[in-house]
Design a protein around this ligand. Sequence first.
Ligand SMILES: [Zn+2]
Length: 569
Amino acid sequence: MLKLLRNYRSPLSVAAYAGCLALLPVTAIAEPPRLILQITVDALRGDLPQRHLQNMGKGGFRYLFEKGVHYTDAHYQHGNTETIVGHTSLATGTTPALHGMVGNVWFDKDAGRLLYNVEDDRYHLLSSDADVDKSIEIDPTQRVALADGRSPRAILTTTFSDELAYAYNGAAKIFAVSVKDRGAIPLAGQTGKAFWFSKASGAFITSNYYYDRYPQWVVDWNEADPLARFSGNHWELLKPRQDYQFGADDDQPWEVDFPGFGRTFPHSWGDRSGKYFTTLLTLSPAGDQLTLDFAKTLVEKEQLGQDATPDYLSISFSSNDYVLHLFGPSSLEAEDVLLQLDRTLADLFSFIDQTVGLEHTLIVLSADHGAPDALPYLNKRGDLDAHYYDMDACMQSIEKGLVNTPFGKIQGLIGQFSHPYIYLDQKVMAQQGLDAAVVADAVAGLAQGCKGVSEAITAVDTRYSPARNSVVEQRVWNNYNERRSGDVYVVLDSNVYVNDFDGLTVAATHGSPWNYDAFVPIFFAGKGIKKATVNRPVTPYDIAPTLSARVGIKAPSGSVGQPLGEVLD
Ligand SMILES: [Zn+2]
């Protein structure tokens, strides 16, 4: 077996070196961890673990705070703080400008339609009953996909997991698990195996990009009917209500009153014959518990971390994100889903300790993006003039305004509006001999006139203007990919929010370039890690090259992050 070891001077070797100069080499060599466990908590804004730490138990987040390195000032530096964008950035160590996943959906100029990020018509799901059921799917981005097949084909640079596969001649085992397909697929990269949860079939599934048939343990796990325990049951508070910061605020008017689930505890999952039963599981701690259960079986059956070749497991917990959309981050539901996730993490860490040993495992935990507070919650605290963005009204005023431009008589200038991008119709541009840059400039000018728009930045500005007036403009630039980004990027004011989720009105929606959406925690713990709290600004792009440096392999192909010294020294 190929062994790739980097020169490494551990604190122990330095101390020992001082005492036994003649007996030791100048540097000792650190073995790579047997398991790299990358945990992502969907929409875990950077302040949330600390906010609820006093109510957390032992061995979960508290283990990370007490034994790990905690980076307290980590912000994404791209504009579209969405799930696929963040997960791919964690995997590749780079920005969407390079990895290409510029949004949960984008307009594909060749296909002439919106694409869902991980859809791939060359492949199919391995289960015939698991395709997105558009009649009950509440995730609007999932409804965009035309094919049931899923793969990482659209990711344009390598991931840490890919580099691990290349370095060890395929001997490193690489897996990724999540409720969301887009929470698993990017982390598995082109070389690993990804599993996710189908709300249509109520099973963990995959596509034939990864396997020709399911491993037997996956069949067995699904056939053991792990969902049965939730049927006819409900999501209850973990602790007595009075112990919660939001215990007296269970029923807030902006919370989504999902049919049968309601705005207050206990939230019923209903009978499994109910059409939203599996959806409701994902909107509660049950989604994370199922993910953990599946991941534990995976570790056992695939025998991860059992030899000196480093294996990789990514687990992305999705429930926090769904709960934040429905109830907002400052709600009893958000508080409880995090306390229950804390117990899920404690269970996971204890399991990994028994099966692999925490001393052989390098753990990294972060998030794919943060989250804004629900607008009425903010307004309750003072007159901030926070308001919602009226997307339709803005588009209508742009189209109306275009009539008064030199190209006002031409129909269909705007091909697609997928917030925050406006795409011009390139066919119309070509047929009419129009300069897209001039039209984009006019569209941006009109967009700037919409209520709540901070600035509208054209692709030409992004490409050629050397000046970045603000961190927000820098983030828009980092989101710009020539092939997939729109002609105009609409930035809203920091106190203006989107609450329309394709017709479903929600409490909160992330996705902006502002800090509340860009802020995430980063923790490293396990093998060789010494407790530290680091307040230096870092980015989540630093994670992948740090893992590469720690294992002693090359960084992902487009990596722009800086290896983090506290993890390596
Ligand atoms: Zn997300």
